[in-house]
Design a protein around this ligand. Sequence first.
Ligand SMILES: Cc1cc2nc3c(=O)[nH]c(=O)nc-3n(C[C@H](O)[C@H](O)[C@H](O)COP(=O)(O)OP(=O)(O)OC[C@H]3O[C@@H](n4cnc5c(N)ncnc54)[C@H](O)[C@@H]3O)c2cc1C
Length: 316
Amino acid sequence: MKIESNDNDKDIVVLTKTLSNLFYKSPPNYSEIIDFVISYLDNGEYIDILNVFFQISGVLLPLSISVDNSKKYQTSWLEKLKTGSIFGAHCMTEVQGGTDIFSMKTTAIEFDKYWLINGQKTLICNAHNSEVGLLYTNFNTTFNPPYNLCAFILDLKLNGISISSPIKTIGLDGINLGSIYLNDVRLPKDAILGCIGEGQNIAYISTTLERLLIPIVFIAKLYQFYKSSPQSLKADFFRIYIANRLFVEKILSSIDLFSWNREYIKLGCLLKWHVSDEYIKAAKLTGDERHYLDSLSSWIYSGNNDSLKNMVSRLV
Ligand SMILES: Cc1cc2nc3c(=O)[nH]c(=O)nc-3n(C[C@H](O)[C@H](O)[C@H](O)COP(=O)(O)OP(=O)(O)OC[C@H]3O[C@@H](n4cnc5c(N)ncnc54)[C@H](O)[C@@H]3O)c2cc1C
């Protein structure tokens, strides 16, 4: 990340550090976090806060749960992420491997001294300004997916890695998305998180934490809509904002971010599906096309809502 190049980059470091500290409080005060995001949006950019949330919820917090504290390689990356001075990218999606992550084609082959990685990831947020990735691959064994899924810490400066030019989206202008190409990349042996097959659990952790925490950003948007709404719509927008805020605070207060529980998978799907639907409805009500297009993307990332509904119905 070019952290010294301009003031905005420095602001992002401060923002990342401030938010990380709020999440690392034990327990985090979600009302305080939502108020912080709301006040940030008074002057700051929605896209910046979204990029920071992707990094904290999809990389920093999942790594905090899954790194092996006896492996210096892993703990040193985690420490750097915690300072906010580097960014991390959540490298899961592939072409034809978005919702259906178990059909991913990126592979890891184990050698005596390294892992050899080949494949391609796409729609990766912060691909261009990250130094490290949380990477998912398959492993060439006789086991079938998901029992061969692996998760790695990926040093994005290694030989064999290249990154596409930015991917344009409809809405979310300025969001930092790219494809990452992995061509005979050699990862150190200690880069694997857990063991072969453990990637399935870590994938649940990272996707669930994104689904649980991204709704905080939607709540801040709902507050903005309320604040800028005409008098005739104020009551409607306030009802949408406050009902969703209470729902998000209630769910988040019932979980422990640092102690993984599979029950959270259902909560994460439910929360993101519900609040993103409400956000889209409210954005439509503002009558502003930019708000509406931005909100549509909320339906897609971290797993589209159709697949979240399917997961919830399987888990109840
Ligand atoms: C702004 C943005 C940021 C993102 N950031 C990241 C990132 O940082 N890291 C990362 O790894 N990925 C990221 N993604 C990718 C994102 O997670 C995927 O786009 C998402 O998982 C959906 O996968 P897909 O695009 O392959 O769509 P698909 O899964 O192919 O879905 C396409 C269509 O099929 C429908 N569909 C799919 N599955 C079902 C189902 N089970 N039931 C019914 N209908 C279904 C969907 O509703 C949708 O209309 C990002 C995407 C966006 C838009």
